[in-house]
Design a protein around this ligand. Structure first.
Ligand code: NDP
Ligand code: MG
Length: 392
């Protein structure tokens, strides 16, 4: 409990991003309960200055400051992520960095016994086993921010355990028959296969229900995001892949469902805003009274619909799930190949169809690389990135 000891300290990694700004909006409504004690960004000096001026955290760090000079006392370089993640005044580390670059901070925070409110799903995809070991060794815990995994946790209400045995999950659960993870389907849900293959960047960035950073928005268009989320659900809850299903739900109101062993199904619903899962992860296991989120009106919504995934149109989903099942370095290779392919798509040097093609080719070459420890995983990640950068 924080009562009598002032607001709980939060280290916010990725303060200038979509989740970082969402977190600042949420915490602004709950200053009696939470405060930011550390903040980081990658290269956005102006954005980080604004955030630091608003919150006056004890530590501020910019990973790649370039040629600009930083305000006195700021940290710089990749180490500032680790310094923020271990900050002595932080009991919660909200990891809202994008990409595999977030893994080191997740490990550092868990090693220091912190709660990690984890938006950076790539941490779990790249280094699931390492994250689990760090949680056990350091006594920290991971609470998901991703809306689907927050929904699962809310449906599992009180039934999850603590990280223990290898592979059992960070929040191990028994008595689950099936997870049903929902996907909006993205902007290309109804497009035919040929049109999707030639989709332009502006089309991919035009997400129907969620406003997010560019990388995850492209991942939502290709369904790579859903592959990352299936792996994330497996690592978090220890539920085997054959019991995790994906279903398309275009309205993004039902954030996921859990079927229990008696056949009963619980779903979590709400308007599509990340403010809810961010607040839930910060306050877990409590619910924090909040009136900042638009209310859901079931009559106005009228219809909630569900459809099967069109795997022929979105091959990245099955590629990612297969990599998860394969284990070892394969999920890290899937993730790195996807990051490199998305970066090229954003830069205009790879077509939308090139994303799954590059990932598939990289998995074929690098999927069996060793992945038993961090150096091995980083080597596999680097091999996949280099390969995809050259991919034709
Ligand atoms: P953004 O691109 O909007 O923000 C990313 C943040 O991370 C920025 O603050 C950025 O700093 C910083 N950053 C980028 N690269 C690095 C790096 N190499 N090292 C350190 N910091 C870095 O991303 P989102 O907020 O959309 O997503 C963040 C994470 O949350 C992702 O893992 C995503 O999958 C996950 N997520 C996001 C959701 C959303 O609604 N946006 C929903 C569910 C999950 P700078 O601004 O200086 O570049
Ligand atoms: Mg999600």
């Amino acid at each position: 409990m924080t009562v009598g000891r002032g607001p709980q300290g939060i280290a916010l990694l990725g303060a200038t991003g979509s989740i970082g700004e969402t977190a600042q909006r949420v915490v602004a409504r709950h200053r009696e309960r939470f405060r930011f004690v550390a903040m980081t960004a990658h290269g956005n000096l102006a954005g980080l200055k604004t955030a630091a001026a608003t919150w006056n955290p004890g530590f501020v760090g910019l990973v790649e400051p370039g040629a600009e000079s930083l305000p006195a006392g700021w940290g710089r370089g990749a180490d500032c992520l680790i310094e923020a993640a271990r900050h002595p005044d932080a009991s919660v580390v909200l990891n809202a960095v994008v990409g595999a670059a977030g893994l080191g901070a997740t490990l550092a925070a868990l090693g220091a016994g912190k709660r990690v409110a984890l938006a950076n799903k790539e941490s779990l995809v790249v280094g699931g086993a390492l994250v689990q070991r760090a949680a056990i060794a350091g006594g920290g815990e991971v609470i998901p921010v991703d809306s689907e995994h927050s929904a699962l946790l809310q449906c599992l209400a009180g039934r999850v355990g603590r990280a223990g045995r290898d592979g059992a999950g960070l929040l191990p659960v028994a008595g689950v028959r099936r997870f049903i993870i929902t996907a909006s389907g993205g902007p290309f849900r109804t497009w035919d296969v040929e049109r999707i293959r030639a989709a332009r960047l502006a089309d991919a960035l035009n997400h129907p229900t969620w406003a997010m950073g560019k990388k995850i928005t492209v991942d939502s268009a290709s369904l790579a995001n859903k592959a990352l989320e299936v792996i994330e659900a497996h690592v978090l809850y220890g539920v085997p892949y054959e019991r995790i299903e994906v279903v398309v739900h275009p309205q993004s109101i039902v954030h996921s469902m859990v079927e229990f062993e008696d056949g009963s199904i619980l779903a979590q619903l709400g308007v599509p805003t990340m403010e809810l899962p961010v607040l839930y992860a910060l306050g877990y296991p409590d619910r924090v009274e909040d009136h900042g989120v638009p209310r859901f009106d079931p009559v106005a919504a009228a219809a909630l619909t569900f459809e099967a995934v069109r795997h022929d149109a979105f091959p990245t989903l099955e590629l990612g799930i297969a990599a998860g099942r394969r284990g070892g370095a394969a999920p890290a290779v899937f993730n790195a190949a996807n990051e490199a392919a998305v970066s090229r798509f954003l830069g205009g040097t790879l077509s939308f169809a090139g994303i799954p093609a590059a990932i598939a080719a990289s998995l074929e070459r690098h999927g069996d690389l060793p992945g038993e420890d961090l150096p091995a995983l980083l080597a596999a990640d680097a091999a996949a990135r280099t390969y995809v950068q050259e991919f034709r």
